[in-house]
Design a protein around this ligand. Structure first.
Ligand code: ASC
Length: 154
């Protein structure tokens, strides 16, 4: 009896673990997730881009805070682009097929976004306006190059 109980419990646990870790993500859910993460990234990059363009007053502390957030956020979207989630049934997507054709290049750009944002957080701590704006430009370049290659133009 005991052995059977243990076996049954084990089977349940394995089942739970397997379904948590290996359940196929529904394309519509993946699309929602990746859009949400990109939205949060856009929200946090927004004022930095604004500072670069002179549309938002320069604020080194805000630049530092958002750069730190962006470093963290850069790790989030990638899992929203799993194999098979190129198209949804209900959700619209502006993801290009190139994401699934050149996954390493796509992943590298998110890593670059993280490292350039980390650099921005460091530079922002110095308070040096010129250097901060230059580094915001480096982050923006990564945004743009990824959008150019991997997002449908709109
Ligand atoms: C933004 C935004 C982007 C990037 C990109 C940077 O604020 O919405 O897609 O910056 O324009 O070049």
């Amino acid at each position: 009896m005991k052995v059977l109980k243990k076996a049954a419990l084990g089977a349940v646990l394995v089942g739970i673990t397997a379904s948590t870790v290996y359940a196929a993500v529904k394309p519509d859910d993946a699309i929602e997730y990746r859009k949400a993460t990109m939205e949060v990234i856009g929200w946090n990059f927004g004022p930095l881009g604004g500072m670069l363009k002179g549309k938002v007053p320069f604020d080194a502390a805000l630049a530092k805070r958002n750069a730190e957030r962006l470093e963290y956020l850069a790790a989030l979207p990638l899992e929203g682009f799993p194999p098979g989630a190129d198209k949804g049934e209900k959700e619209k997507t502006t993801a290009k097929e190139t994401i699934w054709e050149e996954p390493d290049k796509f992943k590298d750009l998110f890593e670059k976004m993280g490292s350039e944002s980390a650099k921005l957080a460091e530079v922002a701590a110095s308070g040096d306006e010129g250097a901060i704006k230059t580094q915001i430009g480096e982050v923006a370049k990564v945004c743009k190059s990824c959008h150019d290659d991997f997002r449908v133009k709109h």
